[in-house]
Write a protein that binds this ligand. Sequence first.
Ligand SMILES: O=C(O)CCC(=O)C(=O)O
Ligand SMILES: [Fe+2]
Length: 309
Amino acid sequence: MTTLPQISLAKLAADATRLEERERLRLACEEYGFFYLEHGIPKEQIAEAIHASRQFFALPQATKERYGHSAQDVYPATARGYSPLYGEVLHPEAGPDPKEMFDLGIENEGDQRPFAGCTRLPDDAVAPGFARSLLALQATVVNAVVPKLGMALADLLEMEEGWFRRHFNPPTVLQRVIRYPSTGGTAGKHTDNGFFTLLLQEELPTRSLQVWLGGRWTPAPSLPDSLVVNLGDMLQALSDDRFKSTPHQVVHPGPAERISLPFFIYPDIDARLTSQQGKQTFSVLEMMLRNFDSIWETGNGAGRARELQ
Ligand SMILES: O=C(O)CCC(=O)C(=O)O
Ligand SMILES: [Fe+2]
Protein backbone atom coordinates (compact mmCIF):
# COMPACT_ATOMS: atom_id res chain seq x y z
CA MET A 1 0.00 0.00 0.00
CA THR A 2 1.01 3.58 -0.48
CA THR A 3 -0.26 6.82 0.94
CA LEU A 4 0.63 8.94 -2.08
CA PRO A 5 -2.25 10.54 -4.02
CA GLN A 6 -3.46 8.98 -7.27
CA ILE A 7 -4.42 11.23 -10.19
CA SER A 8 -5.96 10.21 -13.52
CA LEU A 9 -4.59 11.79 -16.70
CA ALA A 10 -7.82 10.96 -18.54
CA LYS A 11 -9.88 12.74 -15.89
CA LEU A 12 -7.57 15.75 -16.01
CA ALA A 13 -8.19 16.05 -19.75
CA ALA A 14 -11.96 15.34 -19.92
CA ASP A 15 -14.46 18.21 -19.70
CA ALA A 16 -16.77 16.47 -17.23
CA THR A 17 -14.05 15.67 -14.67
CA ARG A 18 -11.36 18.32 -15.28
CA LEU A 19 -12.15 20.73 -12.46
CA GLU A 20 -12.51 18.13 -9.75
CA GLU A 21 -9.34 16.27 -10.79
CA ARG A 22 -7.41 19.53 -10.95
CA GLU A 23 -8.28 20.28 -7.34
CA ARG A 24 -6.99 16.85 -6.36
CA LEU A 25 -3.83 17.62 -8.35
CA ARG A 26 -3.42 20.94 -6.52
CA LEU A 27 -3.52 19.17 -3.19
CA ALA A 28 -1.03 16.54 -4.38
CA CYS A 29 1.36 19.31 -5.51
CA GLU A 30 1.03 21.43 -2.37
CA GLU A 31 1.15 18.67 0.22
CA TYR A 32 3.20 15.90 -1.36
CA GLY A 33 5.08 16.99 -4.48
CA PHE A 34 4.77 13.29 -5.42
CA PHE A 35 1.81 11.40 -6.83
CA TYR A 36 0.79 8.49 -9.04
CA LEU A 37 -0.59 9.30 -12.47
CA GLU A 38 -2.73 6.76 -14.30
CA HIS A 39 -1.22 7.17 -17.74
CA GLY A 40 -2.84 4.99 -20.44
CA ILE A 41 0.51 4.06 -22.06
CA PRO A 42 0.31 0.56 -23.59
CA LYS A 43 1.86 -2.06 -21.27
CA GLU A 44 3.74 -3.70 -24.17
CA GLN A 45 5.53 -0.46 -24.99
CA ILE A 46 6.90 -0.19 -21.46
CA ALA A 47 7.74 -3.91 -21.24
CA GLU A 48 9.67 -3.75 -24.53
CA ALA A 49 11.75 -0.78 -23.36
CA ILE A 50 12.56 -2.51 -20.06
CA HIS A 51 13.46 -5.76 -21.84
CA ALA A 52 15.75 -4.04 -24.36
CA SER A 53 17.38 -2.02 -21.56
CA ARG A 54 18.12 -5.16 -19.56
CA GLN A 55 19.77 -6.67 -22.64
CA PHE A 56 21.87 -3.55 -23.19
CA PHE A 57 23.17 -3.56 -19.62
CA ALA A 58 24.06 -7.27 -19.97
CA LEU A 59 26.57 -6.44 -22.77
CA PRO A 60 30.32 -6.57 -22.05
CA GLN A 61 31.56 -3.48 -20.18
CA ALA A 62 33.87 -2.48 -23.06
CA THR A 63 30.93 -2.50 -25.49
CA LYS A 64 28.80 -0.29 -23.22
CA GLU A 65 31.66 2.15 -22.72
CA ARG A 66 31.82 2.78 -26.47
CA TYR A 67 28.68 4.89 -25.82
CA GLY A 68 30.07 6.70 -22.76
CA HIS A 69 30.11 10.46 -22.18
CA SER A 70 33.41 10.91 -24.02
CA ALA A 71 31.80 9.46 -27.18
CA GLN A 72 28.96 12.00 -27.13
CA ASP A 73 28.84 15.18 -29.23
CA VAL A 74 26.17 16.97 -27.22
CA TYR A 75 27.00 19.79 -24.77
CA PRO A 76 27.33 18.98 -21.91
CA ALA A 77 28.54 15.47 -22.79
CA THR A 78 27.44 14.22 -19.34
CA ALA A 79 23.82 14.67 -20.48
CA ARG A 80 23.93 11.70 -22.87
CA GLY A 81 25.08 8.14 -23.18
CA TYR A 82 26.32 5.39 -20.90
CA SER A 83 27.49 5.94 -17.35
CA PRO A 84 29.02 2.99 -15.42
CA LEU A 85 28.39 1.97 -11.80
CA TYR A 86 29.52 4.65 -9.33
CA GLY A 87 29.37 7.33 -12.02
CA GLU A 88 26.99 9.83 -10.45
CA VAL A 89 26.82 11.68 -7.10
CA LEU A 90 23.26 12.58 -6.07
CA HIS A 91 24.08 13.29 -2.41
CA PRO A 92 27.57 14.47 -1.41
CA GLU A 93 27.80 12.43 1.80
CA ALA A 94 26.45 9.25 0.19
CA GLY A 95 29.04 9.61 -2.61
CA PRO A 96 28.83 7.89 -6.01
CA ASP A 97 25.87 5.53 -6.35
CA PRO A 98 26.02 1.84 -7.32
CA LYS A 99 23.78 2.08 -10.39
CA GLU A 100 24.45 2.25 -14.11
CA MET A 101 22.61 4.42 -16.57
CA PHE A 102 22.03 5.47 -20.15
CA ASP A 103 20.77 8.97 -21.04
CA LEU A 104 18.98 10.07 -24.20
CA GLY A 105 17.22 13.25 -25.25
CA ILE A 106 14.96 14.48 -28.03
CA GLU A 107 17.00 13.22 -30.96
CA ASN A 108 16.89 16.17 -33.34
CA GLU A 109 20.01 16.38 -35.48
CA GLY A 110 19.36 19.97 -36.51
CA ASP A 111 19.22 21.27 -32.93
CA GLN A 112 22.72 22.37 -31.88
CA ARG A 113 21.72 24.03 -28.59
CA PRO A 114 22.95 22.77 -25.18
CA PHE A 115 21.16 19.60 -23.97
CA ALA A 116 19.91 19.04 -27.57
CA GLY A 117 21.07 17.13 -30.65
CA CYS A 118 21.70 13.43 -31.21
CA THR A 119 22.94 10.81 -28.75
CA ARG A 120 25.47 8.25 -29.92
CA LEU A 121 23.23 5.18 -29.49
CA PRO A 122 23.93 1.47 -30.02
CA ASP A 123 22.33 0.19 -33.22
CA ASP A 124 20.20 -2.96 -33.52
CA ALA A 125 23.20 -5.19 -34.25
CA VAL A 126 24.69 -4.27 -30.84
CA ALA A 127 21.54 -3.84 -28.71
CA PRO A 128 18.42 -5.12 -30.46
CA GLY A 129 15.43 -2.80 -30.06
CA PHE A 130 17.18 -0.56 -27.52
CA ALA A 131 17.13 2.76 -29.39
CA ARG A 132 13.83 2.05 -31.13
CA SER A 133 11.84 1.01 -28.04
CA LEU A 134 13.18 3.82 -25.85
CA LEU A 135 12.52 6.50 -28.47
CA ALA A 136 9.02 5.12 -29.12
CA LEU A 137 8.30 5.33 -25.40
CA GLN A 138 9.71 8.86 -25.32
CA ALA A 139 7.38 9.91 -28.16
CA THR A 140 4.38 8.58 -26.25
CA VAL A 141 5.40 10.27 -23.01
CA VAL A 142 6.22 13.60 -24.67
CA ASN A 143 3.10 13.71 -26.84
CA ALA A 144 0.46 12.02 -24.70
CA VAL A 145 1.45 12.78 -21.10
CA VAL A 146 3.62 15.92 -20.87
CA PRO A 147 1.21 18.46 -22.47
CA LYS A 148 -1.88 17.35 -20.52
CA LEU A 149 -0.10 17.38 -17.18
CA GLY A 150 1.92 20.51 -17.99
CA MET A 151 -1.16 22.51 -19.02
CA ALA A 152 -3.05 21.45 -15.90
CA LEU A 153 -0.11 22.62 -13.76
CA ALA A 154 0.15 25.93 -15.64
CA ASP A 155 -3.59 26.48 -15.05
CA LEU A 156 -3.21 25.74 -11.34
CA LEU A 157 -0.40 28.30 -11.19
CA GLU A 158 -2.63 30.80 -13.01
CA MET A 159 0.03 31.45 -15.61
CA GLU A 160 -1.07 33.59 -18.54
CA GLU A 161 -2.93 32.04 -21.50
CA GLY A 162 -0.57 30.03 -23.73
CA TRP A 163 2.26 29.95 -21.11
CA PHE A 164 2.82 26.18 -21.40
CA ARG A 165 2.82 26.12 -25.22
CA ARG A 166 5.20 29.07 -25.34
CA HIS A 167 7.79 27.70 -22.94
CA PHE A 168 7.65 23.98 -23.77
CA ASN A 169 7.87 24.18 -27.52
CA PRO A 170 9.77 21.89 -27.41
CA PRO A 171 10.39 20.77 -23.81
CA THR A 172 13.93 19.82 -22.87
CA VAL A 173 13.87 16.10 -22.08
CA LEU A 174 16.46 14.05 -20.25
CA GLN A 175 15.35 10.45 -20.71
CA ARG A 176 17.21 8.05 -18.49
CA VAL A 177 17.44 4.29 -18.13
CA ILE A 178 18.77 3.13 -14.77
CA ARG A 179 19.85 -0.34 -13.67
CA TYR A 180 20.21 -1.03 -9.95
CA PRO A 181 22.24 -4.26 -9.64
CA SER A 182 20.87 -7.44 -8.06
CA THR A 183 23.53 -7.13 -5.35
CA GLY A 184 21.92 -3.85 -4.23
CA GLY A 185 21.92 -0.32 -5.61
CA THR A 186 21.16 3.22 -4.46
CA ALA A 187 20.34 6.73 -5.57
CA GLY A 188 21.34 9.18 -2.80
CA LYS A 189 18.82 11.56 -1.24
CA HIS A 190 18.16 14.52 -3.57
CA THR A 191 15.56 16.67 -5.25
CA ASP A 192 15.07 16.77 -9.01
CA ASN A 193 16.06 20.03 -10.60
CA GLY A 194 13.57 20.32 -13.48
CA PHE A 195 9.88 21.05 -13.96
CA PHE A 196 8.61 17.55 -13.27
CA THR A 197 9.84 13.96 -13.52
CA LEU A 198 7.78 11.06 -14.87
CA LEU A 199 9.02 7.71 -13.62
CA LEU A 200 8.15 4.31 -15.00
CA GLN A 201 9.48 1.50 -12.86
CA GLU A 202 9.56 -2.23 -13.18
CA GLU A 203 6.89 -4.03 -11.16
CA LEU A 204 8.87 -5.58 -8.32
CA PRO A 205 7.86 -6.57 -4.78
CA THR A 206 10.59 -4.30 -3.34
CA ARG A 207 9.81 -0.75 -2.22
CA SER A 208 13.04 0.71 -3.47
CA LEU A 209 11.96 4.28 -4.23
CA GLN A 210 11.36 6.29 -1.04
CA VAL A 211 9.92 9.77 -0.57
CA TRP A 212 10.79 12.11 2.32
CA LEU A 213 7.41 13.20 3.72
CA GLY A 214 6.60 14.52 7.19
CA GLY A 215 9.98 13.54 8.58
CA ARG A 216 9.97 9.93 7.43
CA TRP A 217 10.45 7.76 4.36
CA THR A 218 7.28 6.78 2.50
CA PRO A 219 7.69 4.05 -0.14
CA ALA A 220 6.54 4.69 -3.71
CA PRO A 221 6.32 1.16 -5.16
CA SER A 222 5.22 0.49 -8.72
CA LEU A 223 1.43 0.50 -9.23
CA PRO A 224 -0.16 -1.03 -12.36
CA ASP A 225 -0.78 1.40 -15.25
CA SER A 226 0.54 4.32 -13.23
CA LEU A 227 3.71 6.29 -13.31
CA VAL A 228 5.18 8.22 -10.42
CA VAL A 229 5.32 11.99 -10.88
CA ASN A 230 7.51 14.21 -8.76
CA LEU A 231 7.82 17.96 -8.99
CA GLY A 232 11.24 19.53 -9.49
CA ASP A 233 12.98 22.63 -8.16
CA MET A 234 12.02 24.75 -11.19
CA LEU A 235 8.32 24.12 -10.62
CA GLN A 236 8.71 24.84 -6.91
CA ALA A 237 10.36 28.16 -7.83
CA LEU A 238 7.67 29.01 -10.42
CA SER A 239 4.97 28.45 -7.80
CA ASP A 240 6.78 30.73 -5.30
CA ASP A 241 7.28 27.60 -3.16
CA ARG A 242 3.60 26.57 -2.97
CA PHE A 243 4.27 23.36 -4.90
CA LYS A 244 6.83 21.01 -3.38
CA SER A 245 9.95 19.55 -4.93
CA THR A 246 10.21 16.70 -2.45
CA PRO A 247 13.43 14.86 -1.50
CA HIS A 248 13.62 11.19 -2.42
CA GLN A 249 16.11 8.33 -2.65
CA VAL A 250 16.42 4.79 -3.87
CA VAL A 251 17.58 1.95 -1.65
CA HIS A 252 17.28 -1.18 -3.73
CA PRO A 253 18.03 -4.33 -1.75
CA GLY A 254 17.98 -6.91 -4.59
CA PRO A 255 17.77 -9.88 -5.01
CA ALA A 256 16.59 -9.06 -8.55
CA GLU A 257 18.05 -6.15 -10.51
CA ARG A 258 15.74 -3.16 -10.95
CA ILE A 259 15.24 -1.11 -14.12
CA SER A 260 13.67 2.32 -13.84
CA LEU A 261 12.88 4.77 -16.63
CA PRO A 262 12.70 8.40 -15.50
CA PHE A 263 11.89 11.24 -17.90
CA PHE A 264 13.14 14.57 -16.54
CA ILE A 265 11.01 17.26 -18.15
CA TYR A 266 12.33 20.83 -18.39
CA PRO A 267 11.08 23.90 -20.25
CA ASP A 268 12.59 25.00 -23.57
CA ILE A 269 16.33 25.43 -23.04
CA ASP A 270 16.17 29.11 -24.13
CA ALA A 271 13.38 30.00 -21.70
CA ARG A 272 13.82 32.64 -19.03
CA LEU A 273 10.95 32.23 -16.58
CA THR A 274 9.35 34.33 -13.88
CA SER A 275 7.34 32.88 -11.03
CA GLN A 276 3.63 33.40 -10.54
CA GLN A 277 4.05 36.31 -8.12
CA GLY A 278 7.15 37.65 -9.84
CA LYS A 279 9.42 36.85 -6.90
CA GLN A 280 11.82 34.55 -8.76
CA THR A 281 13.31 34.68 -12.26
CA PHE A 282 15.73 32.15 -13.72
CA SER A 283 17.24 30.95 -16.97
CA VAL A 284 16.52 27.28 -17.66
CA LEU A 285 19.94 26.78 -19.26
CA GLU A 286 21.84 28.37 -16.37
CA MET A 287 19.96 26.35 -13.77
CA MET A 288 20.53 23.09 -15.67
CA LEU A 289 24.23 23.78 -16.15
CA ARG A 290 24.64 24.58 -12.44
CA ASN A 291 22.94 21.28 -11.55
CA PHE A 292 25.10 19.29 -13.96
CA ASP A 293 28.22 20.95 -12.58
CA SER A 294 27.16 20.04 -9.04
CA ILE A 295 26.50 16.38 -9.96
CA TRP A 296 29.37 15.69 -12.33
CA GLU A 297 32.15 18.19 -11.55
CA THR A 298 32.09 19.24 -7.89
CA GLY A 299 30.37 16.15 -6.40
CA ASN A 300 27.87 18.31 -4.50
CA GLY A 301 24.86 16.30 -5.64
CA ALA A 302 21.57 16.92 -7.44
CA GLY A 303 18.99 19.64 -6.89
CA ARG A 304 18.90 20.76 -3.24
CA ALA A 305 20.90 17.72 -1.99
CA ARG A 306 23.36 19.91 -0.08
CA GLU A 307 20.53 21.29 2.08
CA LEU A 308 19.39 17.77 3.01
CA GLN A 309 20.89 15.75 5.86
O1 LIG B 1 15.12 5.04 -9.98
C1 LIG B 1 14.25 5.65 -9.40
O2 LIG B 1 13.22 5.09 -8.97
C2 LIG B 1 14.36 7.14 -9.14
C3 LIG B 1 15.67 7.74 -9.54
C4 LIG B 1 15.75 9.21 -9.25
O3 LIG B 1 15.18 9.73 -8.33
C5 LIG B 1 16.54 10.08 -10.16
O4 LIG B 1 17.29 9.53 -10.99
O5 LIG B 1 16.41 11.32 -10.05
FE1 LIG C 1 15.17 11.91 -8.54
